[in-house]
Each structure stands twice: as C-alpha cells, then as structure tokens.
Design a protein around this ligand. Structure first.
Ligand code: FES
Length: 97
C-alpha cells in the first residue's frame, strides 16, 4: 500500500492508503489526510489543494490541463493539485498553511 507523508504547519502526518487513491476524495469522506489537507472544489478550479511534491513525484501522471492552467510555472518547482493526483506509490507532500 502506498505510504503518504504530508507536511503541514510544522507537523508531519503519515498513513497508508489504497492504491490509486485521490487524497482530496479521501479527505472528503473524512479519512486521512483529513482534516490537515486544505481543499475546496475537488475539480482543479480553485488551487486550494496545491501541494509541493517532495518525493515520489516520478510516479505521478504528468500534469493535466487543469494543473497547467492553475499552477503554470509552479509545476516546474514541484507543485501539483492534490485533487488531480491518483496515488499508487509512496509520496511525500508539503502544503503551505
Ligand atoms: S480542490 Fe480546488 S483545485 Fe484542488
């Protein structure tokens, strides 16, 4: 099972998730990374769920058009929209407060 590590506000939250997991969908049903992952629309429109990938980004699909529109050059710095990611391998993320 993929291990997800989320850095937020100086704390680190870790849990295992099922393969092919969307972290915003999980938070929406109040499972890890709820309540620590900030998100709103879940549809790639608001950028509230923006995270920077620290490790494991090589296992993710390439950014889609919604991420390109919302994040632009920040994609090159490792930022992604958590609501657009499907996690199947270990990943480590940080989200600004
Ligand atoms: S929750 Fe709105 S863009 Fe991800």
């Amino acid at each position: 099972m993929p291990k997800v590590t989320l850095h937020k506000g100086g704390e680190v939250f870790v849990d295992d998730v099922d393969p092919n997991t969307n972290l915003v969908v999980r938070a929406g049903i109040k499972k890890f990374p709820y309540p620590n992952l900030a998100y709103k629309c879940g549809m790639g429109k608001c950028s509230t769920c923006t995270c920077r990938v620290l490790k494991g980004g090589e296992h993710l699909e390439a950014p889609n058009w919604k991420e390109k529109r919302q994040l632009g050059d920040k994609l090159d710095e490792g930022y992604r929209l958590a609501c657009q990611l499907w996690v199947s391998e270990d990943i480590e993320l940080t989200q600004d407060v």
